[in-house]
Design a protein around this ligand. Structure first.
Ligand code: ADP
Length: 628
């Protein structure tokens, strides 16, 4: 402790001097004891012994009593006693001093504060550590009380402890924290009563150990332990939570695995018993991961062959379809979507039609990593459709033929008379001209007739057209978008057979138009069929047909049928809408002219334009239906 002098006391200075407050005979000085002894001896010789002798032997008289030799003996004995007692007292004193010095030496060796106090609380002995604590030389500390040496509060505490030790006669151990010269320190002091040989408490012995550093270390370790405990608690709670979570996950996973196993089993049973081929394609693996046994039945090839040669299924595709399907197969790796019809050639040479559809399977990140699909043998349906299509074509041909025959016979019938008249008048004119004598003016009459009959023939044809045009229309409010969708649906079969993709770009905000829906359906159907035929004629890609609606102006809507077909030349464009104009071998050349008649009869217009990138577009307008 700073400021404490480390005095080096002399052994005598440090020696405690116990004082018993009780009196014992042995504490009498040897001289006093010897004097008492001699006085008692003299009294006995001079007074008591003669009286006793006279009492019991009165005849002996005073003469027989001679006390002086006895008195001398008593005095000598007293002197001897004094000498013995003095010698013993010195020996005892020396022994006690030696004992006290050893005790002082002993407590000096103690590194803790060690002390001995008398019953009044005055320090009889104190070691250097104690003197340093009091910040005084050791000699200044002896025979002083705690109040003289230490701050008042500390002193009061120590005095109270001393009081308890003296009162209880027991060992007392206390832990106190004091502030000494601005320094806070903690002491563990142990005090016990100091007793004399007779067992009487004559003072207090004590040791005070400075445990400040230990306390700090304990506090630090307590804090560290508390911190560690809290961290352990926290970590334990976290681990418990993780554990619970894991247990839940494991339970859920077990459930999921059971469910998965069951569902896999159900799926396997389903996949292996359906007639369609179920397949799963791995994009990263670039091969078929699963294919159901129906593959062997439809393709006529073994499933294991597909595992050995992943493109086995592609090689089985009909050469005419292979390039298209190969392109679609590559495209499906990105989108995961696949919807194709194609033919396959079985090992026995038989051809089968397949409708193959694929759907993407996404991983957790949303990427397509597998494609699952169904391949269906649609050969029967295809044959039926072919049959139907052939019948439709035949029917259409027959219808066209009958219409043509009807028209032709009607025309023939109607034109027969004027033609016959023209022939007759012309022959008459020729006859007159051959006679050379005929006045040319005579010919004007028959020639006028020829003209008249020719005009009549023209009138007949015009009348016929008007008949077609003036077909009574049932005009009403009409949803043109819905009409177009229904026509596309109606022509679905033809579109699929031709491999034509339809794009609908319909303005959903389109107002209703006023028109005869049956007639407009007919016109749209004509345009649609022409477009399919033009695409078929071209025999190439792309095979697309777009139907679009939009507002043309404030009063009219515009519908467009746009194709990627062969298109038309300038020469053809000039005759497109003429009746009986056709460039097709079996064509009638009436579709466009009838369509224009229909549209115009509904107060609209129909026209054509060539697409810059190829193909043709046919446009028609119709008046909107103003309901108010
Ligand atoms: P048909 O279809 O019987 O030939 P149409 O009146 O419908 O009679 O057509 C007349 C002609 O107009 C066709 O032969 C064809 O040359 C041409 N045509 C019609 N539609 C198209 C089209 N979408 N693309 C190219 N040419 C077309």
């Amino acid at each position: 402790m700073a400021g404490i002098q480390n005095s080096n006391p002399q052994p005598d200075e440090r020696a405690p001097a116990f004082e018993s407050r009780r009196w014992y005979p042995s504490q009498l000085h040897p001289a006093a004891l010897s004097a008492l002894f001699m006085l008692a001896g003299l009294l006995w010789i001079l007074w008591v012994n003669p009286l006793v002798t006279l009492w019991f032997q009165p005849a002996a008289g005073a003469k027989s009593l001679e006390p002086w030799p006895d008195a001398l003996a008593i005095l000598l004995s007293g002197g001897l006693l004094y000498w013995l007692l003095q010698a013993r007292a010195k020996t005892v004193h020396r022994a006690r001093r030696a004992q006290e010095l050893r005790l002082a030496e002993f407590i000096e060796q103690i590194t803790d504060v060690a002390f001995i106090k008398d019953r009044r609380g005055h320090y009889l002995a104190l070691n250097s550590a104690g003197a340093r604590l009091a910040c005084r030389p050791l000699t200044d500390c002896l025979n002083r009380s705690d109040l003289d040496l230490f701050p008042a509060e500390m002193a009061r505490t120590m005095i109270e402890e001393d009081r308890r030790v003296l009162a209880g006669g027991m060992l007392l151990s206390c832990e106190n924290t004091f502030t000494l010269q601005g320094d806070t320190r903690t002491f563990l002091s142990t005090k016990w009563p100091c007793r004399d040989a007779a067992g009487h408490t004559i003072g207090i012995l004590g040791i005070a150990r400075d445990i400040t550093a230990r306390k700090h270390a304990e506090q630090r370790s307590e804090r560290a332990r508390a911190d560690l405990e809290s961290r352990v608690r926290e970590r334990t709670a976290q681990l418990s939570a993780i554990n619970e979570n894991l247990e839940r996950q494991i339970a859920a996973r077990i459930q999921a695995e059971i469910a998965l196993r069951e569902s896999e089993e159900r799926f396997r049973q389903l996949a292996e018993h359906i007639h369609e081929v179920f397949w799963v394609h791995g994009i990263d693996e670039e091969r078929t991961l699963y294919i159901s046994p129906a593959y062997e039945e439809i393709w006529g090839r073994p499933v294991h062959g597909l595992h050995e040669r992943p493109l086995d299924w592609l090689e089985a595709i009909h050469p005419d379809d292979r390039a298209r399907i190969q392109a679609a197969h590559i495209a499906k790796q990105g989108s995961g979507h696949f919807d194709e019809e194609y033919r396959i050639v079985r090992p026995d040479g038989a051809i089968r039609w397949i409708w193959d559809r694929g759907f993407p399977i996404h991983d957790a990140a949303g990427h397509v990593y597998r494609i699952a699909g169904l391949a269906e043998d649609i050969t029967r349906r295809k044959l039926a459709e072919d049959q139907l299509r052939r019948q439709q074509v035949e029917l259409a041909r027959m219808a066209r033929l009958s219409l043509a025959v009807e028209l032709a016979s009607s025309l023939a019938h109607e034109l027969n008379q004027p033609l016959a008249a023209i022939v007759a008048y012309t022959q008459a004119c020729l006859t007159l001209l051959r006679q050379d004598t005929t006045d040319p003016r005579v010919l004007t009459g028959p020639l006028d007739e020829v003209v008249n009959q020719g005009m009549r023939a023209g009138e007949i044809i015009r009348h016929l057209r008007e008949l077609v045009q003036k077909h009574p229309a049932a005009q009403a409010a009409l949803d043109l978008n819905a009409l177009i969708r229904s026509v596309v649906h109606y022509a679905q079969l033809e579109l699929r057979q031709a491999g034509v993709t339809v794009n609908l770009e319909l303005d959903e905000a389109l107002p209703t138009v006023i028109a005869d829906d049956i007639q407009i359906q007919l016109a749209v159907l004509y345009l649609l069929r022409n477009a399919i035929e033009a695409i078929n004629e071209k025999r190439g890609e792309p095979r697309e047909l777009t139907l679009r609606t939009a507002m043309l102006d404030a009063d009219h809507v515009l519908a467009t049928v746009r194709d990627t077909g062969q298109g038309f030349s300038q020469e053809v464009e000039n005759h497109l809408f003429q009746p009986f104009f056709t460039t097709k071998p079996g064509g009638m050349g009436l579709g466009l002219s009838v369509s224009r008649s229909i549209i115009e009869s509904q107060n609209g217009q129909l026209w054509a334009s060539a697409n810059p990138e190829g193909g043709a577009s046919f446009h028609f307008s119709l008046p909107i239906h103003s309901c108010c």
